[in-house]
Design a protein around this ligand. Structure first.
Ligand code: NAD
Ligand code: AKB
Length: 312
């Protein structure tokens, strides 16, 4: 059967890197993109859609005989705290639509959760797969509730919905869209453009992070996995590297020696403090062979090389 792939939130940080990989696998004619925002590069069919518009969304799913949905459209943590009601409406409302379509039209779904599903009462080091989930942001609430809803649709209706708790993702093609981990990308843009960076979390802030190529490879590997091997239908812990903002500064300075970094924590510090420092992803590694490639130095070198070409 020819797979027909729908990507929501396709113009965002992850979508802009996932879409070319899906096109490589399935062909441009079999990938359909939807977002509120036009894509930077139009590589396949694109339709403007608000994913809270159930009727418009269902029409696209039916007309295109979609067999897989990568549901990336979302409002992220920092923006979410500025508009919590809208964040619930977009993140939960659209997930509910996607899960209903998956049940009614037999569609396989990928939906990303996040380290934001954890909260201040979660063990912060080597956070286990199964642990306390009491997030303190609306974004986190939608991730925890979303995980439970995915699991429910799997148990009740047999929906094949797969999910990963992504850490902060670092990439150069598209700037991140309003998250707390954005400082780990901003430092490269501002550092190369101005030689200075004012970081919005303190230098000792440690969060789990991952280079985008690892995240995309992991996502596709999970979607390819034999469903009989999967033991988690909420969302899999997924980890690569954890470092402090200061350690990132020092690594970036190996490439931009005159870089000046100052630290001026804002409201996003509180969000960062409520998230784990490192993640135990042994279940993902055992169940479907997850493995990362990029450590801190390889990630920084790759970011600098690509951003120099893009910006300078
Ligand atoms: P992003 O903000 O870069 O992209 C999200 C896209 O969704 C944007 O292009 C936006 O226009 C679109 N969108 C927002 N509201 C919409 C609506 N109502 N209708 C249609 N489109 C809408 O985010 P991203 O980093 O690409 O994240 C994608 C997914 O991955 C999200 O679920 C996010 O929670 C998750 N995630 C991302 C990270 C990360 O570090 N990037 C980490 C953990 C989880
Ligand atoms: C954010 O900071 O909101 C995202 C995430 C970790 O979910 N990057």
């Amino acid at each position: 059967m020819t797979e027909r792939i729908l990507v929501t939130g396709s113009s965002g940080q992850i979508g802009s890197e996932l879409v070319p990989k899906l096109i490589e696998r399935y062909g441009a004619d079999n990938v359909i993109c939807v977002d509120l925002k036009e894509p930077a590069d139009k590589l396949c069919a694109f339709e403007k859609l608000d994913v809270t518009d159930r009727e418009g969304f269902e029409k696209i799913v039916k007309e295109n005989a979609v067999s897989q949905i990568y549901h990336l459209a979302s409002i992220l943590s920092a923006t979410g705290e500025k508009m919590p009601e809208k964040t619930w409406e977009v993140n939960m409302g659209s997930l509910r639509h996607v899960l209903d379509f998956a049940r009614d039209y037999n569609i396989r779904v990928f939906w990303p959760s996040s380290i934001a599903a954890f909260g201040p009462t979660t063990p912060r080091d080597n956070t286990p797969q199964q642990t306390v989930l009491e997030p303190s942001t609306m974004y986190g609430v939608t991730k925890t509730a979303g995980e439970l809803l995915c699991n429910y649709y799997h148990l009740k209706y047999g929906v094949d919905v797969r999910s990963l708790r992504y850490p902060g993702l670092i990439s150069w093609k598209q700037e991140p869209g309003g998250g707390t981990t954005d400082y780990a990308v901003d430092i490269f843009y501002k550092g190369l453009a101005t030689g200075k960076y004012e970081c919005f979390v303190s230098e000792d802030t440690v969060l789990p992070m991952m280079y985008m190529d690892d995240a995309i490879n992991g996502t596709l590997k999970l979607m390819d996995a034999d469903s009989g091997k999967l033991t988690v239908w909420t969302s899999y812990n997924m980890a690569a590297i954890s470092f402090s903002a200061k350690e990132l500064e020092e690594e970036v300075k190996k490439h931009i020696p005159n870089l000046e970094v100052s630290y001026s924590p804002d409201g996003r510090q509180k969000i960062a403090n409520s998230w784990p420092r490192s993640i135990d992803d042994s279940v993902a590694r055992a169940d479907w062979g997850w493995a990362h490639e990029y450590d801190l130095s390889k990630m920084v070198k790759t970011m600098i090389e690509n951003l120099k070409k893009k910006l300078l």
